[in-house]
Ligand binder design. Structure first.
Ligand SMILES: Nc1ncnc2c1ncn2[C@@H]1O[C@H](COP(=O)(O)OP(=O)(O)O)[C@@H](O)[C@H]1O
Ligand SMILES: [Mg+2]
Length: 337
């Protein structure tokens, strides 16, 4: 439904050119919520803006619904943009217009009559749960409410694609989850394809089915969100997700330990099995959980625990072998055998 084929975007700075987006190729399926993550300056916004041609494409092609949109102009471009809504980190509402006027503006521009506009604005505000704010100015709205207005405006002309550039980066945790919930609902109800750019991996984890990881203009990894979080292939991805699951054990804890400290990663089926207590019983070892966390990504569990094992050298080796075979990953952090 959206396809990037060898897309590059160059900018000229001080007579030098640099690639903000460098030969990127991948597809986004119709009706999916797709995430693009990466640190600041990675080229995420630049890539996103090629989809509605707010950003010119230097090399390569972008296809939307099978049509090559790379060079379209005039009326074709207007139609493309009408079908693609966009929301931003700072909402981009017109401060001198009320909620009604902010949304009505784009409907009028698309040639809707006053009557059509009135009923559509009401319908949209109902959809984003903001009916009572219809005559309020943006300055009187909270961040979450502003983003709801922006979403209503983006979808006013029945957009089939919604581009979201850091949609929750200016919002607190609670408001973030309510906006993400709304995006999920809209995706389900209208089968809107949603692309979310973010530097917050929690956003990707909670709503996206697939994602791409960008670094310095390159897409370094792309795939199923659960796969990427459980088996990152690229160093940059590992770094990016490490803060989610890497805990630091205080040095003095490690120094005074007798016996090894291991880091176990559980995923899918093995996250639900009592593997650790089975190992303890079978091999007659003791264990002590030092740190742990279980998360759910697309309803699949991903868990990491740091465990101190206690026992005789021979059985510890067997237990570690068993655990390595029956978990997604085992890392010996400290070999105190
Ligand atoms: N219009 C522009 N002119 C020159 N450089 C730009 C322009 N837009 C973005 N850049 C640069 O391109 C790189 C990627 O920017 P951007 O796509 O905004 O990154 P991200 O959204 O991942 O933070 C950055 O180094 C940024 O400074
Ligand atoms: Mg950006």
């Amino acid at each position: 439904m959206i396809e990037f084929k060898n897309v590059s975007v160059n900018f000229k700075l001080d007579k030098k050119t640099f690639d903000a987006v460098n030969n990127v190729s991948f597809r986004i399926n119709k009706g999916e919520i797709f995430g693009i993550a990466g640190s600041s300056g990675a080229g995420k916004s630049t890539l996103l803006r090629t989809v509605n041609l707010l950003q010119q494409i230097t090399k390569g092609n972008v296809f939307v619904d099978g049509d090559n949109i790379t060079c379209i102009k005039g009326n074709q471009l207007r139609i493309l943009r009408r079908n693609i809504g966009m929301i931003f980190q700072h909402f981009n509402l017109a401060g001198n217009l009320t909620v009604y006027q902010n949304i009505a503006f784009v409907l009028k521009a698309a040639g809707k009559t006053k009557k059509e506009t009135d009923s559509r604005v009401k319908e949209l505000l109902d959809l984003v749960n903001l009916t009572e704010k219809i005559n309020v100015y943006p300055s009187k709205l909270s961040g979450g409410e502003k983003q709801r207005v922006a979403i209503a405006r983006a979808l006013a002309n029945d957009a089939k694609i919604l581009l979201c550039d850091e949609p929750t980066s200016a919002l607190d945790v609670e408001t973030t989850s309510s906006i993400l919930k709304l995006l999920k609902e809209l995706n389900k109800k209208f089968e809107i394809t949603i692309i979310i750019i973010t530097h917050e991996l929690d956003v990707i984890k909670s709503v996206c089915s697939r994602c791409a990881i960008m670094n310095k203009g390159d897409v370094v990894e792309i795939g199923d969100v659960y796969e990427i979080f459980t088996k990152p292939q690229h160093d940059f991805t590992r770094q990016l997700i490490s803060h989610t699951f890497n805990f630091n054990l205080p040095d003095d804890i490690i120094e005074n330990m007798q016996g090894p400290i291991i880091k176990l990663t559980f995923q899918g089926d093995n996250a639900n099995n009592p593997i650790l207590s089975y190992a303890a019983n079978t091999f007659q070892i003791g264990f002590n959980i030092l740190l742990g966390k279980v998360e759910y990504i697309n309803d699949l569990p991903l868990g990491v625990i740091y465990v101190h094992l206690i026992g005789e050298e021979e059985v510890l080796k067997l237990a570690i072998e068993y655990l390595a075979e029956n978990t997604a990953n085992l890392e010996v952090l400290y070999n105190g055998i």
